[in-house]
Design a protein around this ligand. Structure first.
Ligand SMILES: Nc1ncnc2c1ncn2[C@@H]1O[C@H](COP(=O)(O)OP(=O)(O)OP(=O)(O)O)[C@@H](O)[C@H]1O
Ligand SMILES: [Mg+2]
Length: 254
């Protein structure tokens, strides 16, 4: 099962990915986290790694190398990619948790991020998971990934919504984009300060026909980890995300 985690900038996508990954590992699944965000680089810390993986893009000669191959029918030579096929050089791993990164923007004037988008789309399209494996994709903020077709090969879209009008409006757009590629979509409300805000936001989602499958409170432990770059573990947010994972697993077709 491959799940796209998306939403507004700063809504908590990476946090939700890291919490879901931890919960899935606790449930004895083999977990692949794919960092598809070309700007932010801190996901490895949230997951408790000391260093980030070398981006897959480097395997292909960097952005320039991928750009040169973009006119070819495929960039990655393998027709299918299994977890075992990912080179140890391009992942960080502890136990059943593996993190790979597509590519990062490194320099000024280096050009657009299209090569990252193309590589993300191809890697995720060729990725084959077994029964006991699950992948979470930490998307870049906003909706450009839909335009680039990155979500096309994924099974479902998990939308992270924070209590702001901007986030609610974006949720509506993402609902339509996900429907356009026939993906099931569920929302997780994040950074929720009170029950009354949870109710208000749930109502907003209900009016927009978006099913809410989790409510993650504002959690001081997550805030602190975000400030210091610590790993996310335990706590109320993790418990709520555990329920979200159970829901996602109940929807799995294989
Ligand atoms: N439930 C929460 N309680 C408290 N702080 C939170 C919570 N969720 C996220 N945060 C904090 O909000 C900030 C943004 O979270 P995060 O990086 O996960 O968002 P994002 O959507 O991945 O952002 P970006 O769009 O920049 O990739 C971080 O500092 C994080 O620690
Ligand atoms: Mg992020």
């Amino acid at each position: 099962m491959k799940i796209s985690v998306c939403g507004k900038g700063g809504s908590g996508k990476s946090t939700v990915v890291a919490l879901l990954a931890n919960e899935a590992v606790a449930q004895k699944l083999r977990v692949l986290v794919v960092d598809s965000d070309e700007s932010n680089s801190g996901l490895f810390r949230m997951l408790g790694f000391d260093q980030p993986p070398v981006p897959l893009m480097e395997l292909l000669g960097g952005k320039k190398g991928v750009k040169e191959k973009m006119s070819q029918p495929s960039i990655l030579t393998a027709p299918q990619i299994f977890l075992e096929d990912i080179s140890p050089q391009h992942m960080v791993k502890k136990g059943n948790l593996t993190l790979v990164s597509i590519g990062k923007i490194l320099q000024v004037l280096e050009g657009c991020a299209c090569p990252m988008g193309v590589l993300s789309r191809e890697f995720l399209g060729k990725l084959r998971l077994k029964e006991n494996e699950i992948a979470f994709v930490d998307m870049e903020a906003g909706i450009e990934h839909f335009g680039r077709g990155i979500d096309a090969s994924l099974d479902s879209v998990l939308l992270v919504v924070e209590p702001s009008l901007e986030s609610i409006s974006l949720a509506e757009k993402i609902r339509d984009l996900a429907a356009g590629i026939r993906k099931s979509l569920w929302a997780v409300l994040n950074k929720i300060p009170s029950d009354s805000i949870a109710s208000r936001l749930k109502k907003e989602m209900e009016q927009r026909k978006i099913e809410v499958v989790g409510v993650i409170p504002s959690d001081p432990a997550i805030f602190e980890a975000g400030l210091t770059g610590g790993a996310l573990k335990g706590g109320i947010a993790a418990r709520e995300v555990g329920k979200v994972l159970d829901f996602l697993l109940s929807k799995r077709s294989r």
